[in-house]
Write a protein that binds this ligand. Structure first.
Ligand code: GLN
Length: 312
């Protein structure tokens, strides 16, 4: 194991040193808080299924979870209603359109197609079993913490920044409602979805989330069983199809691993049975994925030969 970890460490140092200062991209500017984050911070972390932790860069820096929260809520929905209902009510296909697309809904009779775009994520939040808005939020925060194996909290400043600018998402929530694809009050779903995007994590916590998926639902740091092992393939399949938005196909082609990005600059990648990988840096490409995060992750996994479509 020491020998293998040495290789992992070398690949990590190599990926980080090559790409952590790469030029290009811009911070998300439609959420004022995200626009204000320094664009020169980068970090990477690895958590293996045995609980080993390796990191590079500003791995204590906490950043906005944003769309990566969609995977946590999807994991909870799979527990609550099962894979068949997720597929029937939300969908299991790529939209081929931007993450906040309204056209995607128009083209498919209001069905969101994927739980990993804004429409599908709000619909997923609405599917969760909850007795009140606060209960819905508490359950989501709890699953984020269980997956990360660490306390996670809402960033009030970020949440305020998002709640006062999320008019597009509110419109999507009402469109879903009009198409019978909303399973609680649409403004409750939008509010709770906005909160779930407004929590902060560092790369070690993000890599622990990925490692919990890699380890079949057992958090390798806390040793707690968080998710049903049988549900993990459905979660990873959804990530493969839409986790990197419009770049998901290119990501599958070049990296070949399920991943999920967020406009906060984070990317979570899963090597099933082996490890979770997290990369972070705020500047994004036109699709909304971290420029450096993609390069660092691709370099790291390619050096080690991790790719689901490869016979290792
Ligand atoms: N809170 C953001 C939104 O709803 C999350 C989007 C993302 O990370 N792609 O627009």
């Amino acid at each position: 194991m020491t020998m293998i970890l040495n290789n992992v460490q070398d690949a990590l140092v190599n990926a980080y040193s090559q790409f952590s200062l790469l030029e290009g991209g811009e911070n998300a500017n439609y959420i004022p808080y995200l626009a204000s984050i320094p664009n020169n911070v980068s970090s990477m972390a690895i958590v293996t299924v045995d609980g080993d932790i390796l990191s590079q860069g500003d791995s204590d820096f906490r950043f906005a979870l944003e769309s990566i929260s969609k995977v946590c809520s999807l994991a909870l929905a799979l527990e609550d209603v099962g894979p068949a209902e997720v597929q029937n009510k939300i969908g299991a296909d790529p939209t081929g359109l931007p993450f906040n697309s309204v056209i995607a809904l128009e083209l498919h009779n209001g069905k969101p197609l994927s739980p990993l775009v804004n429409a599908g994520a709000m619909s997923t939040v609405s599917l969760l079993k909850a007795s009140s808005s606060e209960h819905r939020w508490e359950r989501i925060l709890d699953i984020q913490q269980q997956l990360a194996g660490a306390p996670i909290s809402l960033c009030e400043e970020l949440n305020h920044s998002e709640q006062t600018t999320n008019f597009h998402n509110r419109a999507i929530a009402w469109l879903l409602y009009s198409a019978d694809a909303m399973y609680c009050d649409p403004m409750e779903a939008c509010d709770v979805y906005t909160r779930q995007c407004s929590t902060l994590v560092n790369t070690v916590e993000l890599a622990t989330m990925a490692a919990t998926f890699a380890a079949g639902g057992i958090n390798p740091i806390t040793q707690k069983k968080v998710l049903t092992t049988e549900n993990i393939p459905f979660l990873l399949a959804e990530m493969t199809m839409e986790g990197m938005y419009g770049s998901s196909g290119d990501w599958a082609y070049t990296v070949g691993l399920p991943a999920k990005s967020g406009v906060g600059g984070g990317i979570l990648t899963v090597v099933p049975g082996v490890m979770g990988i997290a990369a972070f840096s705020p500047p994004l490409d036109a699709m909304g994925n971290s420029v450096r995060g993609q390069k660092m992750t691709a370099s790291f996994t390619q050096q080690l030969g991790y790719n689901l479509y490869k016979n290792r």
